[in-house]
Design a protein around this ligand. Sequence first.
Ligand code: NAD
Length: 472
Amino acid sequence: MDMIRPSMTIDGAATTAATLIDVVNPATEAVIGQAPDGTAEQLDEAVAAARAAFPGWRDTPYAERQAALGRIAAVILANADELQQILTAEQGKPLGDALGEIQAAAWWIGEVAKNELPVTISDVMPGQRSTTRHVPLGVVGAIVPWNFPVLLAIWKIGPALLTGNTLVLKPSPFTPLATLRLAELLRGVLPPGVLNVITGGDALGPWMTGHAGIDKISFTGSTATGRRVMASAAANLKRLTLELGGNDAAIVLDDVDVDAIAELLFWAAFKNSGQVCVAAKRIYVDAKVYAPLSAALARVAGEVAMGNGADAGVALGPVQNRAQFERVKALVADSRAQGHRFLSGGGDWEGKGFFVPATIVDNPPEQSRVVQEEAFGPVVPLLRFDDLDDAIARANASEFGLAGSVWSSDPDRAAAVAARLETGTVWINSAQNLTPYAAFAGQKQSGLGVENGLDGLLEFTSPQTIHTARAA
Ligand code: NAD
């Protein structure tokens, strides 16, 4: 593949920068592309373009904005092959998963476009009719992480544009290329200034969150960064949606069919090499099924091919960047130093690339780092429990409250456990299946606000109530 050097899109036009950021393929450590290192002045230009485009876009009929989302979906699908190649090269995920992400992005924005905004009318108050509608906020700053760069950008682009806002979007400097390329492809599809995509180094995110011309920040990333975003956004009381980290528990009850769930549970933890906000990051297993399930998970781990995502047959790619690689390796090294046993993995990987073999830690102490910290990599502890109440208490003893899962052959039992988890999302006998139709919200320090579903759409709006005097 030739070097990939897409430009930024500001006011519908190509813009580059005096300096460029190298983008590394995590499977080979080779530089495969470069992204502009956008300046504060270029951010000002992008915000000014978004602000200038706002009145026209806000006043564009809703049906036309719906149609624009449909055109975005069509452009993504028409260019799926190119975007898939770029995504695997910069992110590391296997080609099939990259295509899955691209197709999901196209489908998602198409489904978002089908929403209608509710209008609420109340005649309860004598002498007046109150009509509440939902109006856009203005300029949205969208900040995206490196695990699902295209899909998570679309989660913001779709609802922000549908509701009449304009956007300045910043991908992660680790995975900027597919997003920049997508914005290039969309230049002819949207009016200039409606969607601006800007890239840069560590300073760019804070410039955005502190920018007086941005009305809302929609942020996906770590809890540590989320706290900084919230503090910085206070300056002009920006609206905020924060989708942050998690340490999701899977709870496996004693009545499961081990063979039926082993593979599903493995991928609940290891899809995208564990770099999923809603990955199962602690697996609590009833002592009655601990032995057969640990054997089954170890067998699945042994059968999975790890390697360069561009190679056929590879199911597990590398960790996306060196800093995260070092973090994940340090967690595994800590487990080794503590004398934990491993059902799979537990060693380092020799050679080029940020590879960590799928690592399952065999019942480490609850207070160990590998249990308490979000690994965000292919490392998961399997934890035995004798008492279900105790397992639920351990699952809930976390500053995070993103998601979780319950595994059981008895739907009523599973639902009763699900209701006791202090998380915004719970799956029963499945995992990671988020949809455009249902609210996704982190409890506790996993976030603020909602993405997806009607609740998520309304986060890009403000209610406006008009009271009209009428005969009582
Ligand atoms: P990160 O917080 O380091 O970075 C996320 C984005 O924020 C990047 O674009 C980054 O450049 C930018 N950024 C960094 N510092 C900033 C600052 N001070 N102000 C503004 N922006 C700043 O996160 P990451 O390492 O890219 O992603 C991994 C984390 O994201 C994990 O904790 C994971 O659980 C979480 N995540 C959450 C969800 C969710 O929906 N809840 C989805 C995916 C990832």
